[in-house]
Design a binder for this molecule. Structure first.
Ligand code: PAF
Length: 294
């Protein structure tokens, strides 16, 4: 069934209330509310989050909002893919009942000024190359959590730093929402699914799986006994320094081995640490990560 579509906050509140009351009456208890926040251009990675929500929750809500607050000037806000109709079909196929897809002016009316900041987790890695990005993410996610009031919220582990920031925010602010990180979904050749993969030219698409292969090799090297982070990172950088045609194409933003909670770099890698990577392929910035371990 096609989900209800709310384009305004007041419409969303009304629809949410109706659905939750109806479900409470049917179940004879308070329903468990699930939420998947997205920026649309949905793909199989999002489908896996929606499928998990469908399994766990009595009421299933998603948002589709390309959040201007998390894009810096000169980034891809204008060309970010917008595919509302196809997104609603995918939501329908995964049993989503209510979609909030507001206009920017609805979320950020004139005079809006609040920002949520996590000075520790948000400054490094993607936060260093995209100043203000995670303030925009945390602000919109807190606002969405307040509107949806979910028991469970599902986010992809592909955006590992984002996941950690939202989990930390939920813990710090004692939110009622449990934030669940779902596994990365990959193409058959290893490329992590991302709405931004649609920017890649044919040549770039062919080269793109090298990022996950570099991480795989680092993990294999770790499993065969190498624990020195600097040597593991040097391996990964070497792998990204050439392409099959011999033309260097990658511009590595960062490649790091970090503690899974603090995201601080570790000198000696151990099981459970996370390989984090961001690199440019032409005009497209790709990110990926992998947990160290079997
Ligand atoms: O990962 C995303 O799509 C966005 O950063 C999110 C969490 C929906 C906030 O705009």
């Amino acid at each position: 069934m096609t989900p209800e579509l709310a384009r305004s906050i007041s419409q969303f509140r009304g629809l949410r209330r109706e659905i939750v009351l109806g479900r409470s009456a049917g179940l004879g208890r308070r329903p468990r509310i699930g939420f998947v926040p997205t920026m649309g251009a949905l793909h199989e990675g999002h489908a896996s989050l929606l499928a998990q929500m469908r399994e766990d929750c009595d009421v299933r809500i998603a948002s589709i909002f390309v959040n201007p607050l998390q894009f810096a000037a000169g980034e891809d806000l204008d060309r970010y893919p917008r595919t509302l109709e196809a997104d609603l079909e995918l939501c329908a196929a995964q049993g989503v009942e209510l979609v909030l897809a507001p206009e920017p002016a609805e979320m950020y009316p004139a005079g809006f000024q609040t920002r949520v900041q996590l000075p520790g987790l948000a400054q490094r890695w993607c936060g260093a190359s995209r100043p203000g990005h995670f303030d925009g993410v945390a602000t919109v996610v807190l606002k969405l959590f307040e509107l949806v009031q979910p028991d469970l919220a599902y986010l992809g582990r592909k955006d590992y730093q984002q996941l950690r920031i939202i989990q930390q925010m939920a813990a710090d602010l004692s939110l009622q929402t449990e934030v669940i990180g779902c596994p990365i979904v990959r193409e058959a050749d290893g490329l992590a699914l991302s709405s931004r993969n649609s920017y890649l030219s044919e040549d770039e698409r062919a080269a793109a799986p090298q990022l996950s292969r570099a991480l795989e090799e680092m993990r294999a090297h770790f499993l065969s006994g190498e624990k020195d982070s600097a040597r593991l990172i040097a391996d990964g950088l070497h792998k990204l320094s050439w392409t099959e045609g011999g033309n260097p194409r990658w511009q590595v933003d960062y490649l790091a081995i970090v503690d899974p909670l603090s995201l601080e770099p570790v000198a000696t890698a151990s099981e459970g640490d996370v390989l984090l990577a961001a690199a440019w392929l032409g005009r497209t910035r790709l990110i990926d990560n992998m947990e160290l371990g079997a």
